[in-house]
Design a protein around this ligand. Structure first.
Ligand SMILES: Cc1cc2nc3c(=O)[nH]c(=O)nc-3n(C[C@H](O)[C@H](O)[C@H](O)COP(=O)(O)O)c2cc1C
Length: 200
């Protein structure tokens, strides 16, 4: 790794986002993943909105594209195995919700009964940036159980076994290889010319 990349990586490691479990269902199919690209996107309490960034090759993105609905969950700090269950492998190969108590939300998304908090969301807009699909979603409802702080990314990684860490890294490398050409073709098609660039 070049010195510049090492420095950038060190800066990136200062960021320690909360970990979300994103769930969705379409017909008989259901699934979910672990995500940090989730953000509240409105300051108006009368129209709560979230933006979620999902990789297009993930099974969960396929379900959200089909159903337009999703559930968001924050975990308690000790729920690391729950989060890892959603971070590892694909819902195409196994039902990640099989061992869990699940209800169906108003939007039609699977809601996990055992979590720190949940939001029920309906997608109203989507933007495709090649290696990410960004979804804007209305928040239809939510509930918070208790005052614990949500599980964060670095707590999750610290709690993973050596084998889980190896699998997470392998997942990440495979994803990056799939995403690179998607990103490059989007970027090539969306380059700003000197004339169209806002700064001239
Ligand atoms: C800490 C962490 C954060 C992640 N954040 C995201 C994210 O924001 N968006 C995303 O699409 N995948 C994210 N992932 C990767 C997915 O959780 C992972 O690839 C998952 O296995 C995909 O499952 P699926 O194919 O069943 O949908 C993250 C993984 C980890 C460990």
């Amino acid at each position: 790794m070049s010195p510049k990349l090492t420095e950038i990586d060190l800066v990136a490691k200062l960021i320690d986002r909360e970990v979300w479990i994103v769930t969705s269902a379409a017909g008989q199919r259901r699934g979910g993943l672990c995500a940090t690209w989730v953000s509240m996107a409105s300051i108006d309490p009368e129209r709560p909105i979230v933006v979620i960034g999902l990789a297009p090759n993930h099974y969960t993105a396929e379900l959200v594209n089909q159903s337009g609905s999703l559930g968001l969950h924050l975990c308690r700090p000790e729920q690391t195995e729950l989060a890892l269950n959603f971070a590892l492998g694909s819902g195409r190969d196994r039902d990640k919700l099989a061992e869990l108590t699940v209800q169906t939300s108003d939007s039609g998304a699977p809601l996990l009964a055992d979590c720190l908090a949940w939001l029920d969301c309906r997608v109203f807009a989507r933007y495709d940036s090649g290696d990410r699909l960004y979804y804007w979603a209305d928040v239809l409802g939510g509930e918070r159980y208790g005052n614990a702080q949500p599980l964060r990314e670095q707590q999750l990684i610290a709690a993973a076994s050596d084998e889980q860490k190896r699998l997470l890294l392998a997942n990440r490398r495979e994803d990056a290889a799939v995403h690179r050409p998607l990103y490059e073709s989007w970027r090539g098609a969306n380059l700003l010319t000197p004339q169209s660039h806002p700064r001239g």
